[in-house]
Design a protein around this ligand. Structure first.
Ligand SMILES: Cc1cc2nc3c(=O)[nH]c(=O)nc-3n(C[C@H](O)[C@H](O)[C@H](O)COP(=O)(O)O)c2cc1C
Length: 406
């Protein structure tokens, strides 16, 4: 019986017929080379490598995917009191980062996700008798939450009313900020040690506004004082409509791994939605966290610095079950350019100074990032910044036109 190789070598292709002897011999020789190459050992190696690669990527997808039941739960909208949100992925409030310009970029890739303002100090609004610019919300920006902090319930209620007038869809109360300046005055995570005040704040704000009131907090003050189970139940009883839990204590700040096990425990005892926060830096991390905690959604924070694509990527995964292809380096730098222009238009020269940190985050992890980082960290104008980013785009395109890192 003839094998495939024999067939290829010995049967004469149709186009060979009718050629002169020399041409026919040359073509026959070429044909044989081609057909022999098909079976060459290095090609078999390549095919084997391809099969291994496909199997590995299939296994990775399997590892990332959620159980069918969890996936079905997570494709349903998120209900926050009277508000329906068509996404289970939230962009965290980040002081000095999540202004209108940044939110517009996140929204571009995650149009249905809940985004948050930077935290706003309620007392300041009252004392200065002026609206904080931190409450600026685009006219068509939704769903959007304005986050407030303070320890005085009456200040918080008044600021919440102003936030509603500004266009907030929900009010979020910060009970997690670890910064001394905030905790010394009784705000942020220090409320974990004054549960009665925390409860009073929630009650007063719930009475003051008709939109849902939510809380973002931590596990406890430190590892010897983890009181989140009792604290969370009290907030729910006081009228909070959703709890976002950052899986670290106040003492940890932003160090160490977030403890998702505690989030699972809290989820098990509350009826309101629980959102998991801490170390959600990729689609895979989000899937693992959702599977482990049973949480109703995830909130991304530091993973979005210089990468406003993350919320949209996780959202897309939860909605379709597919892991989206990460943007290539040139796309990421083009996004940095939009960010820079936006900050310039919105804040002028102050925006350029603020853009410096964002720009350095955008190139984090790029090959040879150091040189670009140094130059981006010294930006003085929007024109110079855009020129520099054009240069970087051209550089990375020649290096590897479609290279991506995530
Ligand atoms: C620069 C920066 C600013 C932050 N600002 C706020 C804020 O205004 N309000 C808030 O509730 N949390 C704030 N956080 C905390 C994050 O929202 C989030 O809870 C924390 O970073 C944990 O998530 P991660 O491990 O994914 O970063 C901030 C964190 C960082 C790094």
């Amino acid at each position: 019986m003839q094998g495939f190789q024999d067939l290829c070598i010995h049967s004469s292709p149709a186009w060979e017929k009718g050629l002169g002897d020399v041409d026919a011999q040359r073509l026959r020789a070429e044909w044989e080379t081609v057909t022999l190459k098909w079976d060459a050992p290095h090609l078999w190696m390549r095919r084997f490598a391809l099969i291994v690669l496909l199997s590995v990527s299939f296994l990775i997808e399997m590892a990332i995917s959620l159980s069918l039941t969890r996936h079905r739960q997570l494709t349903a909208p998120l209900q926050i009191g009277s508000m329906t949100v068509h996404s289970r992925v939230l962009q965290s409030p980040l002081s000095g980062v999540t202004d209108r310009v940044f939110r517009r970029l996140v929204r571009r890739y995650a149009p249905e996700s809940m985004l948050y303002s930077e935290m706003v100090k309620a007392r300041e609004i009252q004392h200065l008798q002026r609206l904080s610019r931190l409450m600026d919300v685009d006219a068509d920006e939704t769903p959007i939450s304005i986050q407030l902090f303070d320890c005085r319930p009456d200040f918080m209620a008044a600021a919440a009313r102003q936030a509603v007038a500004q266009g907030a869809d929900t009010i979020d109360i910060n009970m997690g900020c670890p910064v001394n300046k905030v905790t010394r005055k009784g705000g942020g995570s220090s409320l974990l040690r004054q549960p009665e005040v925390a409860v009073e704040i929630v009650r007063t704000v719930v009475q003051a506004v008709e939109i849902p009131v939510t809380v973002k907090t931590r596990l406890g003050w430190d590892e010897t004082d983890i009181n989140i189970l009792d604290f969370a139940r009290r907030l729910e009883d006081a009228g909070a409509q959703m709890l976002t839990l950052h899986g670290r204590t106040r003492a940890q700040g932003y160090q160490g791994e977030a403890c998702w096990e505690w989030i699972a425990r809290v989820k098990a005892v509350l009826s309101i939605p629980v959102i998991a926060n801490g170390d959600i830096t990729s689609v895979a991390a989000a899937a693992r966290c959702l599977q482990m905690t049973g949480a109703d959604g995830v909130m991304c924070a530091r993973g979005t610095l210089g990468y406003p694509f993350l919320v949209g990527e996780i959202d897309q995964f939860l909605k379709t079950g597919r892991v989206p292809v990460a943007p290539d380096l040139a796309t990421r730098l083009a996004c940095a350019q939009d960010h820079l222009r936006g900050l310039w238009e919105y804040k002028g020269q102050r925006g350029i100074y603020q853009a410096r940190k964002h720009m350095t985050w955008y190139v984090r992890g790029f090959p040879g990032a150091g040189e670009w980082r140094d130059r981006l960290a010294r930006l003085e104008s929007v024109e110079a910044g855009c020129r520099l980013l054009d240069e970087a785009i051209a550089h990375y395109q020649t290096l590897a036109p479609t290279a991506s890192l995530v």
